[in-house]
Design a protein around this ligand. Structure first.
Ligand code: ZN
Length: 148
């Protein structure tokens, strides 16, 4: 494993062990559930939207380290953004999942911790794990306007 892969592994495990923004959100008006039966991943995403602003993102669920770490990173990054920004971020993650398994400098700057998921692209069966929380976030924002 290269030094970069080890660093990425550490970031993923850190989010998995100490997930950010995990928990219920009674005041969140938007909720979506997605599952990945192939792997056994379950994700609920809750979003509190005020106008075009994502004030709060919480997630709940269980499953493999990739799905849960991706949910933690998604919730951390999407909170406080606009709908358009969150959708663009999701699009960038999706594009990364179809990449060559490496995040270049530009992608790292843009995605922060999320760039650690770049290596998942090398394991097609895990790509759905990584994208699960983004699919749920997309559902939460489906009719919220703002194009990526
Ligand atoms: Zn999984």
């Amino acid at each position: 494993m290269s030094a970069v892969d080890e660093l990425y592994q550490e970031i993923i495990l850190d989010h998995y062990r100490a997930p950010r923004n995990k928990g219920a959100c009674p005041d969140c008006g938007r909720t979506a559930h997605h599952s990945n039966p192939l792997c056994g991943d379950e994700i609920d995403v809750h979003v509190l939207l005020t106008g075009d602003r994502i004030d709060k993102v919480r997630f709940d669920g269980h499953g493999c380290s990739i799905s849960q770490a991706s949910a933690s990173m998604m919730a951390e990054r999407a909170e406080g953004t606009s709908v358009a920004e969150a959708l663009a971020l999701g699009q960038a993650v999706r594009e990364m999942m179809h990449g060559d398994g490496h995040a270049d400098d530009e992608l790292e700057r843009r995605l922060g911790d999320l760039a650690s998921l770049a290596g998942v692209a090398r394991f097609p069966v895990r790509v759905k794990c990584a994208l699960l929380p983004w699919a749920a976030l997309g559902d939460c924002l489906a009719d919220a306007g703002g194009s990526p």
